[in-house]
Design a protein around this ligand. Structure first.
Ligand SMILES: [Zn+2]
Length: 87
C-alpha cells in the first residue's frame, strides 16, 4: 500500500488516515492527527515540539530507533508546513 508522509508531523500514514478539508474531501498532504476540517488540530505545534516528540518516541516509548528519530528530525524543516517559516 502506498504510504504518504504527513507534511506536518513527518510520519507516514495510509489513505485511511488522511486529514480532511473543509469541504470534507481528503487531504493527501496531512494525516488525520494533524489536520481536520481544513485546519491544523494543534496550531501551536512547532518544529521544536516535534523534535522532542520524536526523541521521546525513540527513548521513552521505544517505538522507533534513535537513528530513525534523528533522520526524521532532519527532514522536518523541509515539510510543507515548516519549510517557508524556516527560511
Ligand atoms: Zn501528521
Amino acid at each position: 500500500m502506498e504510504a504518504l508522509i504527513c507534511q506536518s508531523c513527518g510520519l507516514p500514514f495510509s489513505r485511511k488516515f488522511m486529514g480532511t478539508n473543509r469541504d470534507e474531501t481528503k487531504n493527501e498532504e496531512y494525516c488525520s492527527n494533524c489536520f481536520d476540517n481544513g485546519k491544523f488540530i494543534d496550531p501551536s505545534l512547532t518544529l521544536h515540539k516535534l523534535e522532542v516528540k520524536f526523541i521521546e518516541m525513540a527513548e521513552v516509548h521505544d517505538e522507533i530507533t534513535l537513528e530513525a528519530a534523528q533522520a526524521a528530525i532532519k527532514e522536518l524543516p523541509y515539510l510543507k508546513r515548516w519549510f517557508m517559516r524556516t527560511m
